[in-house]
Design a binder for this molecule. Structure first.
Ligand code: SAM
Length: 281
């Protein structure tokens, strides 16, 4: 009999993916983990019944949440990734001339499972000498670390379960306090069509803490509902005010191989649909 995975993120709308083969299924201290194969999508990572990433579409999300802030900043050398246990974000960040990337994920088992079963998503990122893996709560890490960063990427689960604290003001304030001058934070904020509150809540906090803040947007095919919103904020870098010629010239000096991201997409992602602008008003 054909088996289907039903995502239960929203109460009245569901997406279903055919399970062609279960690769891994377990319960960690923090979440239920499922990896299965789907004929079209390849391997699919699910945490607590919510799709996190698939082999087929991971590049949309990972490229946009890494390259937009890195190229927009222009001189990123040190990066903190909060969450991101599948390693896809780490792999994209390491394409840049960075000195150090610290990845803090609360769930070491998710990291091990993804390294074993999703090598096409993380590549060799975890064994790159510039990477440092910390297993711990991102909220506690940012509140206590002595390290300072040019960029913080919040590649978290949705604000349910362990990811909830990563959408609250104390977390954003602590991130602010560990950024270098010119430093930027970039966050995943869900799909505004279904998850408007992820945008409004983060917007309220970032705006009250940082001098500059805003959102950029991109489709991520398996996050149904249209555009996904990404938050950004900084005291000294206005990410939304950089023209395409500048982005293009910054890209010319690095040999960045991408499948979704380019200079045109970079600039266009800051043009927000009216219904998203209304959420920020
Ligand atoms: N792209 C994904 C999405 O938006 O659906 C996120 C992918 S990544 C797998 C999310 C990671 O966040 C998971 O590995 C989870 O363990 C981690 N995470 C959740 N809460 C966390 C916390 N408080 N501190 C650090 N990592 C956390």
């Amino acid at each position: 009999m054909t088996e289907w995975f039903h995502e239960t993120l929203y109460p009245s709308v569901r997406q279903s993916l055919r399970i062609d083969r279960i690769i891994h299924q377990s319960k960690t201290e923090f979440q239920d983990v499922l990896i299965f194969e789907n004929e079209f999508l390849g391997r699919v990572l699910v945490l607590d019944d919510v799709v996190q990433t698939t082999e087929a579409d991971e590049f949309y999300y990972h490229e946009m949440l890494s390259h937009v802030p890195i190229v927009g900043h222009g001189a990123v050398r040190s990066v903190l990734i909060v969450g991101g246990g599948d390693g896809g974000m780490l792999e994209e960040v390491l394409k840049h001339p960075v000195d150090k990337v610290v990845l803090v994920d609360i769930d070491g088992e998710v990291v091990d499972i993804c390294r074993q079963h999703l090598p096409s998503v993380c590549g060799n990122a975890f064994s790159d000498p510039r990477s440092e893996l910390v297993i711990g709560d991102g909220k506690e890490f940012v509140a206590s670390t002595e390290l300072r960063f040019d960029l913080i990427i919040v590649d978290s689960t949705d604000p349910i379960g362990p990811g909830e604290a990563l959408f609250r003001r104390p977390f954003y304030q602590a991130c602010h306090d560990i950024l270098n001058v010119g430093g930027v934070i970039a966050t995943q904020n869900g799909v505004p069509f279904f998850q408007a509150e992820e945008v409004t809540q983060t917007h309220r906090h970032l705006r009250s803490i940082f001098t500059h803040s805003g959102f950029f947007a991109s489709p991520v095919p398996m996050y149904v509902g249209g555009h996904m919103a990404f938050g950004w904020a900084s005291d000294h870098t206005n990410l939304s005010g950089i023209d395409e010629a500048t982005i293009r010239s910054r890209l010319q000096s690095r040999s960045l191989e991408t499948r979704y991201y380019n200079s045109g997409v970079h600039v266009a992602s800051f043009a927000l649909p009216t219904c998203v602008q209304d959420l920020l008003a």
